[in-house]
Design a protein around this ligand. Structure first.
Ligand code: GLC
Ligand code: CA
Length: 554
């Protein structure tokens, strides 16, 4: 049987551009990751997921790949990658690369050839369609980054499809040559020692070949909302599994933006031989006004009941059928203490409380760089943001359609924009937070003198040390891997609590996710001797202080 090492593991995500710069060009690099392996090892993590570091024009920070087999010179070269893999393996850390298989950059040789003519080897590598009789686009699909999902190409006199930016043309997975080309890339990196894959928007690869108009063309993100999980998706993913994942025992975690737990169950049921885990988006929508034309920019305060229901639903629906991937932060999400917690008054408490409820669940927890020291959103002005998604949505919603005011858009950006997580990692309080000697490619969060690794590790209230303990528990206590999950107090609007049960053991994971003290009568059954981990000194009061979190053993 294939080893399921990830079931006991905690995986750390590195966004290489913003992690650590060793040649002082202001951009993080692969040797920067290598130099920080001891730091990562001391945190206790088992594997690194490295966001794309392949050759790329970087219009979407590397999620626009021009050459899958080449490391972008800004990050180093292929030998640096090999070295990183060797050094990581020596420390027993596995390496997961990021496979962007839905689209490439328009600067990929595949696309350059494809756009040249309708009858060369690469012609059908992408999705080309003739204009309608009046010259307009083949259908009304819109890009996830705003605007149309179709761009006209003068040479081919056809439109090509792109679910994301117009410099990110979608690959045509109907073409077996495309599929084989992708599998081949995966084999190439396997030969370099890579242990697994995070798969970018993998649920988008199969397109409905009728290309039907979307019934609700005004809905933002309507491609992903309606055209995901296409007719041949499971077939393609199963084929990839059989071609590369299974024979080479590679771990896989797919990004599944619009999958419900029922869809996910099919993707991750080991019997179906598709993926090991998927990232759901559902629990990240709990601070969004449902059905609003402004999509994710229509924010509202977090609904804790909804958060619990969603996560519990995934726990229950996958139980016995597949494995969960657990996360609150990544390179597309804001910082939790700023987004859902209280980064002003309770940064330590809210960072550790959210961590506790996440890491106690059944599944594999993912930690995003900086999350382990409670990094926060930088609260930039509009001009400081770099992200293509933010910029194109600003144009669409604020400037063209005027469905949201500039002030409200900025407010939303400061809460939820992807750039919140992309500021350089804060290592210490020296110049540029110890990230680089030169000006970083992207503005630092101005709070780096108070929030940084060095300071946190020396603090009596160290978030890093709290994460160390959470990770240690994962490694040492089978109950976190195997124990049954049961949500308690489902309707409590502030407390997130559940039990994990294994044989005669029962553990309680409980957190107050508010800035106010809360009654918790279920705590009356426990005393200090039951405490496994907590972010306050234990008090026998049957109440929870602001963002107080505990793991208790019966
Ligand atoms: C995924 C990535 C995101 C990227 C998009 C297009 O959602 O996580 O960063 O912009 O796919 O590749
Ligand atoms: Ca560099």
């Amino acid at each position: 049987m294939k080893s399921e090492w990830w079931k006991n593991a905690v995986i750390y995500q590195v966004y290489p551009k913003s992690f650590y710069d060793t040649n002082n060009d202001g951009i993080g690099d692969l040797s920067g990751i290598d130099k920080k392996l001891n730091y990562l090892k001391s945190l206790g993590i088992d594997a690194l997921w490295i966001s794309p570091c392949y050759l790329s024009p970087q219009i979407d920070n590397g999620y626009d790949i021009a050459d899958y087999r080449k490391i972008d010179p800004m990050f180093g070269n292929n030998d640096d990658m090999k070295q990183l893999i060797v050094d990581a393996h020596q420390k027993n850390i596995k390496i997961i690369m990021d496979m962007v298989a839905n689209h490439t950059s328009d600067e990929s040789i595949w696309f350059k050839e494809s756009r040249k003519s309708r009858n060369n080897y690469f012609s059908d590598f992408y999705i080309w369609r003739d204009p309608k009789n009046d010259g307009s686009e083949p259908n009304n699909w819109g890009s996830n980054f705003g605007g149309s999902a179709w761009t006209y190409d003068e040479t081919r006199q056809q439109y090509y499809l792109h679910y994301y930016g117009k410099k990110q043309p979608d690959l045509n997975w109907e073409n077996p040559l495309v599929r084989e080309a992708i599998y081949d890339v995966m084999r190439y990196w396997k030969a370099q020692g890579v242990d697994g894959w995070r798969m970018d928007v993998i649920t988008s690869i199969s397109k409905n070949q009728d290309f039907p108009d979307n019934p609700n063309p005004h809905q933002l993100r309507y491609v992903v909302g309606n055209q995901d999980n296409g007719p041949r998706m499971h077939e393609f993913i199963h084929e990839m599994n059989q071609q590369v994942l299974a024979p080479f025992s590679m771990m896989s975690v797919g990004e599944a933006p619009s999958s419900k737990s029922k869809d996910a169950r099919m993707l991750v049921d080991p019997k179906r031989e598709e993926l090991d885990m998927v990232f759901t988006f559902e629990h990240m929508h709990v601070d969004r006004k449902p059905g609003d034309v402004n999509g994710r920019w229509a924010i509202q305060p977090i609904d804790i009941v909804q958060l619990k229901k969603t996560l519990a639903n995934w726990q229950d629906n996958l139980n016995g059928h597949g494995w969960n991937a657990l996360y609150f932060e990544n390179h597309d999400r804001a910082r939790t203490p700023s987004r859902w917690g209280d980064d002003k008054n309770y940064r330590y408490e809210s960072a550790t409380a959210f961590a506790t409820v996440l890491h106690g669940l059944k599944g594999t927890p993912f930690v995003y760089q900086g999350e382990e020291i409670g990094m926060t959103n930088p609260k930039f002005e509009l001009a400081d943001y770099e992200d293509i998604e933010l910029k194109t949505n600003y144009q669409k919603l604020v400037e063209q359609e005027k469905t949201i005011s500039k002030a409200d858009f900025l407010k939303a950006a400061q809460k939820i924009s992807r750039d919140n997580a992309r500021t350089p990692m804060q290592w210490n309080s020296s110049k540029n937070a110890g990230f680089s000697e030169s000006d970083p490619w992207f503005k630092l969060n101005p709070n780096y003198q108070t929030v940084n690794v060095e300071r946190d590790m020396n603090s009596p209230r160290s978030i890093f040390k709290y994460y160390q303990k959470l990770i240690e528990l994962r490694h040492n206590e089978d109950i976190f891997r195997d124990g049954d999950f049961k949500l308690i107090l489902p309707n409590d609007r502030n407390i997130f609590a559940y039990t994990r049960t294994l044989k005669d053991q029962m553990w309680l994971v409980i957190a107050n996710l508010s800035s106010w003290e809360q009654q918790a009568s279920c705590l009356n059954d426990y005393d200090k001797t039951n405490l496994v981990l907590g972010n306050y000194d234990f008090e026998e009061k049957g109440t929870l202080r602001p963002y107080e979190a505990m793991i208790l053993r019966k």
